[in-house]
Design a protein around this ligand. Sequence first.
Ligand code: R5P
Length: 292
Amino acid sequence: MADLDDIRDGQRFGLDTPADTSKFFLKGLNNSDWGMKNRLSRIFNPKSGNTVMLAFDHGFLMGPTSGLERIDLNIAPLAEHADCLMACRGSLRTCIPPENNKPVCLRADTGTTILTELNHNVLLSEEEMIRMNSSALAAMIAVGDAATEAKTLANFSRLVDIGNRHSIPVMCVTAVGKDMARDSRYFGLAARVGAENGASIVKTYYTEGFENVVACTPVPIVIAGGKKLPELEALEMAYNAIQAGAAGVDMGRNVFQSDAPVAMIKAVGGVVHDGLKPKEALDLFETVKAES
Ligand code: R5P
């Protein structure tokens, strides 16, 4: 039993000593199997080391939210500009042409909606994960939520067992537990819990002090975009996350709720892959928007 009355915050993050990526370009994953590395190399660009994942899995929780009313019209045209599509099986099967060649990060847990209690999820079947030709599998963990923490971590561990059986990387999605502060201490804890439970990728939220979250998480981190922001602010967030060591984004609303989603995903790609500064990326956004 851990001593809960003497948990000392970490101090030695070694920020001046980067993780060794000389053997495989993604940190912490050199000991993975060939199939796992090959799938990861489809999701993350081996040149930049980063990824722009397009998240449109929101509908299973919240229905046809703004920008996701028609996945066939609003999302399918964005696919070619993303490195990876993160979605549920229903929208993939019904609205994304199977000729689409982008790797899929399948949302592999389901079970509750915004109308009830969130996070009481179960996993899809193992066969279904394979049938969807998943390049990665994603499930949420609710660290700090007394009602669902244990269940979501058990789900997640089982998903990692399934992923490992087939060399499919698993991404941990850190839901913010009720009453949890959205700070680097909390996100560092949640991200580390995901990695310790076998995540190959951790998805969390950007916050001040993010370099500590990245440093204490031994696998690549991608950030969620969160609720819609003005384009420049979203690009600044992506830029700051990359500067702090994030390996990309898994962004949804800040792309598909923009009034120019193609321009926005291209601008985010400029930040993530080409090192554009936020203002430069905004210029790219405005240029592409004007052309469309
Ligand atoms: C949350 O459970 C989902 O994985 C969302 O896809 C995620 O939060 C990313 O979307 P957004 O950028 O809209 O926050």
